[in-house]
Design a protein. Structure first.
Length: 383
Protein backbone atom coordinates (compact mmCIF):
# COMPACT_ATOMS: atom_id res chain seq x y z
CA UNK A 1 0.00 0.00 0.00
CA UNK A 2 2.84 2.38 0.86
CA UNK A 3 4.52 1.65 -2.47
CA UNK A 4 1.29 2.45 -4.32
CA UNK A 5 1.02 5.77 -2.50
CA UNK A 6 4.66 6.57 -3.27
CA UNK A 7 4.07 5.70 -6.93
CA UNK A 8 0.99 7.93 -7.10
CA UNK A 9 2.85 10.81 -5.44
CA UNK A 10 5.83 10.42 -7.79
CA UNK A 11 3.53 10.37 -10.85
CA UNK A 12 1.81 13.55 -9.63
CA UNK A 13 5.17 15.27 -9.11
CA UNK A 14 6.33 14.06 -12.53
CA UNK A 15 3.27 15.59 -14.21
CA UNK A 16 3.59 18.80 -12.22
CA UNK A 17 7.22 19.15 -13.39
CA UNK A 18 6.20 18.45 -17.00
CA UNK A 19 3.40 21.02 -16.80
CA UNK A 20 5.68 23.72 -15.34
CA UNK A 21 8.36 23.03 -17.95
CA UNK A 22 5.77 23.19 -20.72
CA UNK A 23 4.34 26.48 -19.39
CA UNK A 24 7.80 28.01 -19.41
CA UNK A 25 8.98 26.67 -22.77
CA UNK A 26 5.82 27.10 -24.84
CA UNK A 27 5.70 30.93 -24.63
CA UNK A 28 9.41 31.05 -25.42
CA UNK A 29 8.79 28.89 -28.48
CA UNK A 30 6.00 31.24 -29.58
CA UNK A 31 8.32 34.24 -29.17
CA UNK A 32 10.89 32.54 -31.39
CA UNK A 33 8.29 31.20 -33.82
CA UNK A 34 9.90 33.12 -36.66
CA UNK A 35 13.08 31.14 -36.10
CA UNK A 36 13.33 28.36 -38.70
CA UNK A 37 14.49 25.77 -36.14
CA UNK A 38 11.49 26.49 -33.90
CA UNK A 39 9.05 26.23 -36.84
CA UNK A 40 10.69 22.98 -37.90
CA UNK A 41 10.24 21.63 -34.36
CA UNK A 42 6.47 22.25 -34.38
CA UNK A 43 6.10 21.03 -37.97
CA UNK A 44 7.26 17.56 -36.88
CA UNK A 45 4.17 16.99 -34.72
CA UNK A 46 1.35 14.88 -36.11
CA UNK A 47 -1.54 12.79 -34.77
CA UNK A 48 -1.82 9.17 -35.95
CA UNK A 49 -4.56 8.67 -38.53
CA UNK A 50 -5.54 5.06 -37.87
CA UNK A 51 -6.82 3.33 -34.74
CA UNK A 52 -6.47 -0.21 -33.40
CA UNK A 53 -2.88 -0.76 -34.63
CA UNK A 54 0.47 -0.99 -32.84
CA UNK A 55 2.61 1.84 -31.47
CA UNK A 56 6.36 1.11 -31.37
CA UNK A 57 8.24 3.71 -29.32
CA UNK A 58 11.97 4.40 -29.00
CA UNK A 59 13.94 7.50 -28.08
CA UNK A 60 16.10 7.98 -31.16
CA UNK A 61 18.16 6.37 -33.93
CA UNK A 62 19.94 3.81 -31.74
CA UNK A 63 16.78 2.47 -30.14
CA UNK A 64 14.98 2.11 -33.46
CA UNK A 65 17.90 0.15 -34.89
CA UNK A 66 16.29 -2.65 -32.87
CA UNK A 67 12.70 -2.03 -34.03
CA UNK A 68 13.15 -1.64 -37.78
CA UNK A 69 14.40 -5.22 -38.37
CA UNK A 70 11.04 -6.35 -36.95
CA UNK A 71 8.83 -3.85 -38.80
CA UNK A 72 7.11 -6.56 -40.87
CA UNK A 73 6.23 -8.55 -37.75
CA UNK A 74 4.31 -5.82 -35.95
CA UNK A 75 0.57 -5.48 -36.63
CA UNK A 76 0.04 -2.26 -38.64
CA UNK A 77 2.83 -0.44 -36.78
CA UNK A 78 3.25 3.27 -36.23
CA UNK A 79 6.69 4.21 -34.89
CA UNK A 80 7.19 7.10 -32.46
CA UNK A 81 10.41 8.87 -31.55
CA UNK A 82 11.73 11.75 -29.44
CA UNK A 83 14.36 13.22 -31.77
CA UNK A 84 14.55 14.73 -35.24
CA UNK A 85 17.36 12.38 -36.29
CA UNK A 86 15.26 9.39 -35.23
CA UNK A 87 12.25 10.74 -37.15
CA UNK A 88 14.38 11.15 -40.27
CA UNK A 89 15.69 7.58 -40.03
CA UNK A 90 12.23 6.10 -39.55
CA UNK A 91 10.72 7.96 -42.48
CA UNK A 92 13.75 7.07 -44.57
CA UNK A 93 12.86 3.42 -43.95
CA UNK A 94 9.37 3.93 -45.31
CA UNK A 95 7.41 3.54 -42.07
CA UNK A 96 4.75 5.82 -40.58
CA UNK A 97 6.44 7.81 -37.84
CA UNK A 98 5.34 10.23 -35.12
CA UNK A 99 7.40 12.87 -33.37
CA UNK A 100 6.66 12.44 -29.63
CA UNK A 101 9.10 14.39 -27.42
CA UNK A 102 6.55 15.01 -24.62
CA UNK A 103 4.80 12.60 -22.24
CA UNK A 104 2.07 15.13 -21.45
CA UNK A 105 -1.20 13.61 -20.18
CA UNK A 106 -3.46 14.85 -23.05
CA UNK A 107 -1.06 13.61 -25.75
CA UNK A 108 -0.50 10.29 -23.97
CA UNK A 109 -4.26 9.81 -23.55
CA UNK A 110 -4.77 10.23 -27.32
CA UNK A 111 -2.13 7.60 -28.03
CA UNK A 112 -3.29 5.23 -25.29
CA UNK A 113 -6.86 5.28 -26.59
CA UNK A 114 -5.95 5.07 -30.27
CA UNK A 115 -3.71 1.99 -30.30
CA UNK A 116 -4.34 -1.61 -29.31
CA UNK A 117 -0.76 -2.70 -28.56
CA UNK A 118 2.37 -0.92 -27.37
CA UNK A 119 6.02 -1.88 -27.73
CA UNK A 120 8.79 0.09 -26.01
CA UNK A 121 12.49 -0.40 -26.52
CA UNK A 122 15.57 -0.16 -24.27
CA UNK A 123 15.04 2.20 -21.33
CA UNK A 124 12.53 4.55 -22.95
CA UNK A 125 9.72 4.68 -20.39
CA UNK A 126 6.92 7.24 -20.64
CA UNK A 127 5.11 6.85 -17.29
CA UNK A 128 1.90 8.62 -18.38
CA UNK A 129 1.55 6.58 -21.56
CA UNK A 130 2.27 3.28 -19.78
CA UNK A 131 -0.14 4.05 -16.93
CA UNK A 132 -2.97 5.20 -19.20
CA UNK A 133 -2.55 2.25 -21.58
CA UNK A 134 -2.71 -0.07 -18.58
CA UNK A 135 -5.93 1.57 -17.31
CA UNK A 136 -7.44 1.11 -20.79
CA UNK A 137 -6.50 -2.59 -20.82
CA UNK A 138 -3.97 -2.39 -23.67
CA UNK A 139 -1.16 -4.90 -24.19
CA UNK A 140 2.31 -3.49 -23.49
CA UNK A 141 5.79 -4.98 -23.85
CA UNK A 142 9.33 -3.66 -23.57
CA UNK A 143 12.31 -5.29 -25.30
CA UNK A 144 16.07 -4.75 -25.55
CA UNK A 145 15.63 -3.55 -21.98
CA UNK A 146 18.81 -2.13 -20.48
CA UNK A 147 19.79 -0.10 -17.46
CA UNK A 148 22.68 2.31 -17.93
CA UNK A 149 25.64 1.69 -15.62
CA UNK A 150 25.83 5.44 -15.10
CA UNK A 151 22.19 5.73 -13.96
CA UNK A 152 21.86 2.43 -12.09
CA UNK A 153 22.08 4.03 -8.65
CA UNK A 154 19.21 6.39 -9.56
CA UNK A 155 17.10 3.44 -10.72
CA UNK A 156 17.76 1.77 -7.37
CA UNK A 157 16.83 4.91 -5.44
CA UNK A 158 13.48 5.01 -7.28
CA UNK A 159 13.03 1.24 -7.44
CA UNK A 160 9.54 1.45 -5.83
CA UNK A 161 8.43 3.57 -8.81
CA UNK A 162 10.02 1.40 -11.50
CA UNK A 163 8.72 -1.85 -9.97
CA UNK A 164 5.17 -0.53 -10.07
CA UNK A 165 5.63 0.86 -13.60
CA UNK A 166 6.93 -2.46 -14.92
CA UNK A 167 3.97 -4.23 -13.33
CA UNK A 168 1.78 -2.36 -15.81
CA UNK A 169 3.57 -4.13 -18.70
CA UNK A 170 2.53 -7.55 -19.94
CA UNK A 171 6.14 -8.64 -20.48
CA UNK A 172 9.70 -7.30 -20.23
CA UNK A 173 12.59 -8.68 -22.28
CA UNK A 174 16.28 -7.95 -21.75
CA UNK A 175 19.01 -8.28 -24.33
CA UNK A 176 21.28 -10.47 -22.20
CA UNK A 177 21.87 -12.04 -18.79
CA UNK A 178 23.85 -9.02 -17.58
CA UNK A 179 20.84 -6.73 -18.04
CA UNK A 180 18.55 -9.34 -16.51
CA UNK A 181 20.75 -9.33 -13.39
CA UNK A 182 20.37 -5.54 -13.16
CA UNK A 183 16.60 -5.90 -13.47
CA UNK A 184 16.62 -8.45 -10.64
CA UNK A 185 18.32 -5.89 -8.39
CA UNK A 186 15.26 -3.71 -8.95
CA UNK A 187 12.97 -6.73 -8.39
CA UNK A 188 11.74 -6.56 -12.00
CA UNK A 189 10.92 -9.88 -13.68
CA UNK A 190 12.28 -10.25 -17.21
CA UNK A 191 13.10 -12.83 -19.88
CA UNK A 192 16.13 -12.85 -22.17
CA UNK A 193 15.53 -12.91 -25.93
CA UNK A 194 18.73 -11.28 -27.22
CA UNK A 195 19.21 -7.91 -28.87
CA UNK A 196 16.84 -7.36 -31.79
CA UNK A 197 19.33 -4.90 -33.32
CA UNK A 198 21.25 -7.97 -34.43
CA UNK A 199 18.30 -9.78 -36.05
CA UNK A 200 19.56 -11.43 -39.22
CA UNK A 201 22.95 -9.78 -38.77
CA UNK A 202 25.63 -10.96 -41.19
CA UNK A 203 29.09 -9.87 -42.27
CA UNK A 204 29.07 -7.02 -44.76
CA UNK A 205 30.17 -7.94 -48.27
CA UNK A 206 32.01 -4.64 -48.53
CA UNK A 207 35.67 -5.57 -48.29
CA UNK A 208 37.63 -2.52 -49.42
CA UNK A 209 41.34 -1.99 -49.00
CA UNK A 210 41.95 -1.65 -45.28
CA UNK A 211 44.28 1.25 -44.64
CA UNK A 212 42.54 3.27 -41.89
CA UNK A 213 42.92 3.41 -38.12
CA UNK A 214 39.61 4.72 -36.81
CA UNK A 215 38.89 6.15 -33.37
CA UNK A 216 35.09 6.08 -33.27
CA UNK A 217 32.64 7.83 -30.93
CA UNK A 218 35.41 9.39 -28.86
CA UNK A 219 34.98 11.37 -25.64
CA UNK A 220 37.43 13.72 -23.95
CA UNK A 221 38.97 10.87 -21.94
CA UNK A 222 39.69 8.94 -25.15
CA UNK A 223 41.17 11.95 -26.91
CA UNK A 224 43.51 12.60 -24.00
CA UNK A 225 44.80 9.03 -24.34
CA UNK A 226 45.16 9.39 -28.12
CA UNK A 227 47.05 12.70 -27.87
CA UNK A 228 49.55 11.20 -25.41
CA UNK A 229 50.19 8.27 -27.76
CA UNK A 230 50.04 9.83 -31.22
CA UNK A 231 53.28 10.99 -32.84
CA UNK A 232 54.28 12.16 -36.30
CA UNK A 233 56.42 9.04 -36.62
CA UNK A 234 53.41 6.79 -35.96
CA UNK A 235 51.27 8.83 -38.38
CA UNK A 236 53.81 8.34 -41.20
CA UNK A 237 52.28 6.17 -43.93
CA UNK A 238 48.96 5.79 -42.10
CA UNK A 239 45.47 7.26 -42.35
CA UNK A 240 44.12 8.06 -38.90
CA UNK A 241 40.57 9.29 -38.33
CA UNK A 242 39.00 10.60 -35.14
CA UNK A 243 35.19 10.72 -35.01
CA UNK A 244 33.96 12.51 -31.84
CA UNK A 245 30.80 11.12 -30.28
CA UNK A 246 29.37 14.63 -30.11
CA UNK A 247 29.91 16.61 -33.30
CA UNK A 248 29.60 19.89 -31.39
CA UNK A 249 33.02 19.20 -29.88
CA UNK A 250 34.83 19.19 -33.24
CA UNK A 251 36.57 22.54 -32.73
CA UNK A 252 37.86 21.36 -29.38
CA UNK A 253 39.24 18.21 -31.03
CA UNK A 254 40.88 20.23 -33.83
CA UNK A 255 42.67 22.37 -31.24
CA UNK A 256 43.89 19.37 -29.26
CA UNK A 257 45.50 17.81 -32.35
CA UNK A 258 46.60 21.07 -34.02
CA UNK A 259 50.26 19.97 -34.19
CA UNK A 260 49.22 17.24 -36.65
CA UNK A 261 47.37 19.67 -38.96
CA UNK A 262 44.13 17.66 -38.98
CA UNK A 263 41.90 17.86 -42.05
CA UNK A 264 38.30 17.15 -42.98
CA UNK A 265 37.13 15.04 -45.93
CA UNK A 266 34.05 14.73 -48.11
CA UNK A 267 34.19 11.04 -49.05
CA UNK A 268 36.44 8.09 -48.06
CA UNK A 269 37.99 8.33 -51.53
CA UNK A 270 39.52 11.69 -50.52
CA UNK A 271 41.68 10.14 -47.79
CA UNK A 272 45.47 10.30 -48.15
CA UNK A 273 48.20 8.54 -46.19
CA UNK A 274 50.27 10.20 -43.45
CA UNK A 275 47.34 12.41 -42.47
CA UNK A 276 45.03 12.86 -39.51
CA UNK A 277 41.35 13.53 -40.22
CA UNK A 278 38.50 14.69 -37.97
CA UNK A 279 34.91 13.67 -38.75
CA UNK A 280 32.67 16.75 -38.57
CA UNK A 281 29.30 15.38 -39.72
CA UNK A 282 26.91 12.71 -38.44
CA UNK A 283 26.40 9.33 -40.09
CA UNK A 284 29.90 8.80 -41.50
CA UNK A 285 31.03 5.73 -39.58
CA UNK A 286 29.35 3.09 -41.76
CA UNK A 287 31.32 4.49 -44.72
CA UNK A 288 34.57 4.24 -42.76
CA UNK A 289 34.27 0.82 -41.08
CA UNK A 290 34.82 -1.10 -44.37
CA UNK A 291 38.20 0.69 -44.79
CA UNK A 292 39.29 0.38 -41.17
CA UNK A 293 41.62 -2.46 -40.34
CA UNK A 294 41.27 -1.52 -36.69
CA UNK A 295 38.65 0.54 -34.85
CA UNK A 296 38.88 1.86 -31.32
CA UNK A 297 35.45 2.29 -29.69
CA UNK A 298 35.27 5.42 -27.55
CA UNK A 299 33.65 5.93 -24.17
CA UNK A 300 35.40 2.82 -22.87
CA UNK A 301 37.96 4.58 -20.68
CA UNK A 302 35.25 6.16 -18.53
CA UNK A 303 32.97 4.13 -16.27
CA UNK A 304 30.22 6.75 -16.42
CA UNK A 305 29.92 6.17 -20.18
CA UNK A 306 30.35 2.40 -20.29
CA UNK A 307 31.53 2.24 -23.90
CA UNK A 308 29.65 2.21 -27.21
CA UNK A 309 28.61 -0.64 -29.49
CA UNK A 310 31.56 -2.72 -30.83
CA UNK A 311 29.35 -4.86 -33.06
CA UNK A 312 28.96 -2.19 -35.76
CA UNK A 313 32.64 -2.13 -36.85
CA UNK A 314 32.90 -5.90 -36.40
CA UNK A 315 29.98 -6.40 -38.81
CA UNK A 316 32.13 -4.68 -41.47
CA UNK A 317 35.15 -6.90 -40.79
CA UNK A 318 37.18 -4.44 -38.72
CA UNK A 319 39.22 -5.50 -35.70
CA UNK A 320 38.12 -3.72 -32.53
CA UNK A 321 39.86 -2.18 -29.53
CA UNK A 322 38.08 -1.05 -26.36
CA UNK A 323 39.14 0.33 -23.01
CA UNK A 324 38.32 -1.52 -19.76
CA UNK A 325 34.98 0.27 -19.18
CA UNK A 326 32.45 -1.54 -21.39
CA UNK A 327 29.64 -2.20 -18.91
CA UNK A 328 26.87 -1.42 -21.40
CA UNK A 329 28.05 -4.11 -23.85
CA UNK A 330 29.34 -7.01 -21.75
CA UNK A 331 27.78 -9.84 -23.78
CA UNK A 332 28.86 -8.31 -27.12
CA UNK A 333 32.44 -7.89 -25.87
CA UNK A 334 32.52 -11.46 -24.57
CA UNK A 335 31.40 -12.95 -27.92
CA UNK A 336 33.77 -10.81 -30.02
CA UNK A 337 36.71 -11.54 -27.71
CA UNK A 338 36.04 -15.27 -28.01
CA UNK A 339 36.57 -15.05 -31.79
CA UNK A 340 39.72 -12.91 -31.46
CA UNK A 341 38.00 -9.90 -33.03
CA UNK A 342 38.16 -7.58 -30.02
CA UNK A 343 40.92 -6.75 -27.54
CA UNK A 344 40.68 -4.78 -24.30
CA UNK A 345 43.46 -2.23 -23.79
CA UNK A 346 44.42 0.02 -20.89
CA UNK A 347 46.58 2.28 -23.06
CA UNK A 348 47.79 2.64 -26.65
CA UNK A 349 51.02 1.20 -28.06
CA UNK A 350 52.12 0.62 -31.66
CA UNK A 351 51.83 -3.16 -31.24
CA UNK A 352 48.12 -2.86 -30.49
CA UNK A 353 47.53 -1.35 -33.93
CA UNK A 354 49.26 -4.11 -35.88
CA UNK A 355 47.64 -5.10 -39.17
CA UNK A 356 47.19 -8.80 -38.41
CA UNK A 357 44.28 -10.23 -40.43
CA UNK A 358 41.50 -12.23 -38.77
CA UNK A 359 39.67 -14.93 -40.79
CA UNK A 360 36.29 -13.72 -42.06
CA UNK A 361 34.79 -16.95 -40.72
CA UNK A 362 35.49 -15.71 -37.18
CA UNK A 363 33.37 -12.64 -37.83
CA UNK A 364 30.53 -14.73 -39.26
CA UNK A 365 30.51 -17.01 -36.20
CA UNK A 366 30.40 -14.06 -33.79
CA UNK A 367 27.59 -12.31 -35.67
CA UNK A 368 25.58 -15.52 -35.87
CA UNK A 369 25.87 -15.97 -32.11
CA UNK A 370 24.74 -12.38 -31.53
CA UNK A 371 21.65 -12.70 -33.73
CA UNK A 372 18.52 -13.61 -31.66
CA UNK A 373 17.12 -17.10 -32.25
CA UNK A 374 13.69 -17.31 -33.88
CA UNK A 375 12.29 -19.17 -30.87
CA UNK A 376 13.37 -16.34 -28.59
CA UNK A 377 11.94 -13.66 -30.87
CA UNK A 378 8.59 -15.43 -31.05
CA UNK A 379 8.15 -14.81 -27.31
CA UNK A 380 8.03 -11.09 -27.97
CA UNK A 381 4.94 -11.43 -30.15
CA UNK A 382 3.17 -14.27 -28.32
CA UNK A 383 2.74 -12.79 -24.82
Amino acid sequence: MINILFFALTLILYNFALFVFFLISFPLCCIFLFNSRTRDYFNRFSIPRQTGSTLVHGASVGEHSGTLPLKDRFNEPVFSVNTSTGLKKLRGNGVEALFMPWDLLPLSLILASRFKEFYYTESELNPNLIFLAYLLGKKQRIFNLRFSEKKMRYYQMASFFYRRLFNFLNASFTKDLYEQAKAEKLQIRTSVIGNTKYTGLCLSKKDLRRDVILFASTHLSDEEMISRFLSKEFLEGKIIIIAPRHIGRCQEVFKRFATFSPEIFSTPEDLSSSKLYIVTTMGRLNDLYPRSYITFIGGSFKQEVGGHNPVEPASFGSKVLMGPEYGNFRSEVSILKKQGILNIVSDFTEEKFSDTPIPRDNYSKALEELSPAEAALSKLFSV
